[in-house]
Design a protein around this ligand. Structure first.
Ligand code: AMP
Length: 381
């Protein structure tokens, strides 16, 4: 007999990896996605409809025991619509906060989580005023709908205001101080229905063109204070939002302090390493949480590095020839800038991970020169 059925709003790679973690536990999956090619359709039943379509929503939860989502862009109204029929985790509140950068920042502030100075911007004059208040350089972001560096630009000179407004304006914006960070980190945590919480170790992330390229886990040179501060921030958010499931918080480290950038109320790309690199993966823990099952340990098993394949996959044998390397192909059509898969390199210690990562780069043509300053060849963005 099979176990519970999980309905997932969104059928991308995150949904697919949820199913790949849940199938061994006897779970069944149903996905709702507007695309008939949604990759999660290969590992569960796919209902093709927009995420705000009531008949699609009703169909995807047929026979399901719990609903969750793999994308924070899911309309909060869809989560509310489903809540009348079955448990939905995380609840609509986390979506509302994560979908609006202003609400998110106010939530961080209210909980005493340090963030860069910011100002809301509604028109061109407002942008000028925000530039005077925040100073330059600063990052102008759309309040809604931005991801992977889309919907944002860096302002360096007041003369750039009209052009910046014409590129992003017409929708509510937010200006925030540009942080000359030492590095980017993130923390992934999971909270169960009973409030129990586990935090994975902080990881170090490297982006290029706004897209995550590499995660080092645990973050090199991680000290206890940093981990404690990150855990305090994410635990505060989890409790405040009465969140059930996985949540990620992206952080900037600057001179030993942490500033929160944004949160994601879902499994996160910087947590993919946990599939092979942690005692329980973020995907399994998310499922355990939303089902009300006991959570698993979030301890790292050794050291890991996760590399995203952007645009196209490398030949599988070139990756698998390297010791300690695991390949994930999302079976998505190649397209520039698209995340089509990832590889995780594991080893007992960070030095071996870096050596294997260098081997992976050589074997696949991956350019580490900009990707990984820690390999000795790169540079900071
Ligand atoms: P976001 O969409 O907010 O996650 O931003 C994407 C990437 O842009 C981040 O991972 C950073 O690399 C960079 N970025 C965003 N906000 C700032 C900031 N205030 N200061 C410096 N870099 C930033």
């Amino acid at each position: 007999m099979s176990g519970p059925t999980v309905a997932v709003l969104g059928g991308g790679q995150l949904g697919r990896m949820l199913a790949l973690a849940g199938i061994p536990l006897g779970l069944r999956f149903r996905f709702l996605d507007p695309s008939p090619d949604a990759t999660a359709g290969r590992v569960g039943h796919l209902v093709v409809a927009p995420l705000d379509d009531e008949s699609g929503l009703s169909e995807v939860v047929e026979g399901a025991d719990v609903a969750t989502y793999e994308w924070e862009g899911v309309p909060a109204a869809s989560a509310s619509f489903l809540e009348a029929r079955l448990p939905v985790h995380p609840g609509p509140r986390a979506l509302e906060v994560a979908q609006d950068r202003l609400a998110e920042k106010r939530c961080f502030e209210r909980l005493g989580i340090p963030i860069p100075p910011f100002a809301p911007v509604d028109d061109e004059d407002g942008l000028r005023a925000a530039v005077r208040e925040i100073g330059l350089p600063a990052v102008l972001k759309t309040r809604r709908g931005g991801y992977d560096g889309k919907g944002q630009l860096v302002l360096r000179d007041p003369g750039e205001v009209p052009e910046a407004w014409s590129r992003l304006g017409g929708t509510p914006l937010l200006l925030e101080a540009h942080v000359p960070f030492d590095r980017e980190l993130s923390v992934v945590a999971v909270r169960g229905r009973d409030g129990s919480t586990h935090c994975y170790p902080l990881v170090e992330n490297h982006h290029r063109e706004g897209i995550l390229r590499l995660t080092l886990a645990p973050a090199p040179d991680l000290d206890r204070t940093l981990q404690e501060r990150a855990e305090q921030a994410v635990r505060g958010l989890l409790e405040d939002l009465d969140h059930v499931g996985v949540m990620a918080v992206e952080l900037f480290q600057q001179d030993g302090t942490l500033l929160a950038n944004e949160m994601a109320p879902r499994v996160h790309n910087s947590g993919h390493w946990t599939i092979e690199g942690a005692a329980t993966s973020q995907f399994e823990n998310h499922l355990r949480a939303v089902l009300g099952w006991p959570l698993g340990s979030a301890d790292a098993l050794g050291a890991s590095a996760m590399v995203n394949w952007i645009g196209a996959m490398p030949p599988a044998p070139a990756v698998l020839a390297l010791e300690g390397t695991h390949l994930h192909d999302y079976e998505k059509a190649p397209r520039p800038g698209r995340k089509v898969g990832h590889a995780t390199v594991t080893a007992p210690d960070p030095a071996t991970v870096l050596r294997r990562l260098t081997g992976l780069a050589e074997g696949t043509g991956l350019d580490l020169a900009w990707l990984a300053p820690r390999t000795g060849a790169g540079e900071r963005r």
